[in-house]
Design a protein around this ligand. Structure first.
Ligand SMILES: *Cc1c(COP(=O)(O)O)cnc(C)c1O
Length: 461
């Protein structure tokens, strides 16, 4: 086992006379360093982080233009919670979620309510909490027990929903995905829903594969359940990615507030909202769906500010960046950018399908994300983990991982196309991928047949 030094050596070129030449890693140093030296140490260490542009694993924005960078630099000291000191940041936050309410066809955006968050995870927690509280109020009003809430979702949910259920004592009822039902599609839903169901989560852009769940079919199944049982079960749409793709590129798809059963929708500003990390949004169809007793009125910063959030202080700059992007691109610009990503995803998917050994799980036509697996009869001794390793040697991060519980024996590999993955880069990736396949075919399996190398963490967020 290699030991890692517990101090960083300061290169003599950088150290100034009298400065320490080693910086401890696990204890706060006794004396400080000159800013130049400290900068160099941190800068050099971060050099070993990956190259964000070649990271095809993440959904999160890694590039904004110079004017955005300028705004960011002007605003990085703003605290989003301090709505009295920064009333215009608060106003811009409101412009943004109102625009989203309108984009998602809220019947009356002026009656909607929304907030920014640190990301979709926090936004989902808030959406889930509102469902839970409303269910509890209904049950209490009817004199019924409130000790066993459950939330129905696909087994392909993002981890934030498992966290929500774990942290807030809600039973997670997962409908297993299968080769016949690749997403939650409403079939068998009556077996999972009962009087204790606080809601159903529908995902617009499943993290594992990028596929949309048919929210209209899920809503229709819940309509049937209501007819049969009287249970009126709301939907929260997890649109972390898709809520910023569908309005532009699939405008006729029925997934949003046009479906009366959809109570709330979240998205990640830092995914296809095209903003740097640290921003999410959640919007409720109308104010009655967000129980007032979840809202805190904070007065000690001056004024009386309603807030619904898990965090208190958090950066406000991303809110300005989102508003900048909405102004800068408009609907036409978002449509061009997202369609560009869809075109690249489509091209990559078709190219990968034509290489021979792979079958596509989906083709990247929902959000610009798709997954593939090795054909069961491909007769290959290598695995997708080997492919991932070969690509990593060329700098690409293209993760391979097992599908969720119900389909765990199936390993897939996934590409997330984001703004900045150009056709040029796509060509290079395909060249490297086909060279990797040729190499693996010639040498066999470095990790042994079917191996998921021990200790390897599957990485898909
Ligand atoms: C990424 C993602 C999340 C979590 O979003 P963050 O913004 O990273 O917190 C939740 N749900 C889905 C479907 C996602 O893709």
């Amino acid at each position: 086992m290699l030991t890692v030094r517990d101090y960083a050596e300061v290169n003599p070129v950088f150290a100034r006379p009298g400065e320490p030449v080693a910086a401890p890693r696990n204890q706060m140093p006794d004396a400080g360093l000159l800013p130049e030296t400290a900068y160099q140490l941190v800068h050099d260490e971060s050099m070993l982080d990956g190259n964000a542009r070649l990271n095809l694993a993440t959904f999160v924005g890694t590039w904004m233009d110079d004017y955005a960078d300028r705004l960011y630099a002007e605003a990085f000291d703003k605290n989003a919670i301090d709505k009295d000191e920064y009333p215009q940041t608060a106003a811009m936050e409101q412009y943004c979620w109102r625009m989203l309410a309108d984009l998602w066809h809220a019947p009356n955006p002026a009656n909607s309510i929304g907030t920014s968050t640190t990301g979709s995870s926090e936004a989902c927690m808030l959406g889930g909490l509102a469902l839970k509280r409303r269910w509890r109020q209904r049950r209490e009003a009817a004199g019924l027990p409130t000790d066993r809430p459950n939330l129905v979702m696909s087994s392909g949910v993002q981890v934030c929903w498992e966290k929500f259920c774990n942290y807030w004592d809600v039973e997670a009822r997962q409908v297993p995905i299968s080769l016949d039902h690749k997403v939650l599609d409403g079939s068998d839903l009556e077996k999972y829903c009962d009087e204790n169901t606080i809601g159903v989560v529908a995902i617009m852009g499943v993290t594992y594969t990028g596929m949309y769940e048919p929210v209209d079919q899920i809503a229709a199944a819940l309509d049937r359940i209501q007819l049969q049982t009287g249970l009126d079960i709301p939907i929260h749409v997890d649109g972390a990615s898709g809520a910023m793709i569908a309005p532009f590129c699939q405008p006729d798809l029925l997934w949003d507030f046009r479906l009366p059963r959809v109570a709330s929708i979240n998205t990640s500003g830092h995914k296809y909202g095209l903003v740097y990390p640290g921003l999410g949004w959640v919007v409720w169809r109308d104010q009655s769906l967000l129980p007032d007793d979840l809202i805190f009125r904070v007065s000690y910063l001056g004024g009386d500010m309603p807030t619904f959030a898990l965090n208190f202080s958090r950066p406000g700059a991303q809110i300005l960046l989102q508003y900048y992007m909405f102004l800068r691109l408009g609907r036409a610009g978002y449509t061009r950018v997202q369609q560009g990503s869809l075109d690249v995803a489509h091209y990559l998917a078709q190219s990968i399908a034509s290489l021979g050994p792979f079958d596509l799980w989906n083709d990247g036509s929902d959000i610009p994300v798709f997954a593939w697996y090795i054909k069961p009869d491909a007769g290959r001794s290598w695995t997708l983990y080997d492919v991932s390793d070969r690509l990593r040697m060329r700098g690409w991060q293209v993760p391979a991982y097992p599908m969720p519980d119900s389909l765990q024996e199936l390993t897939v590999q996934r590409i997330v196309v984001r703004n900045g993955v150009s056709m040029d880069l796509a060509d290079r990736l395909i060249a490297d991928l086909s060279a990797a396949v040729a190499y693996l075919d010639s040498v066999g399996a470095p990790t042994g047949p079917g191996a998921n190398p021990a200790g390897r963490k599957s990485f898909h967020h």
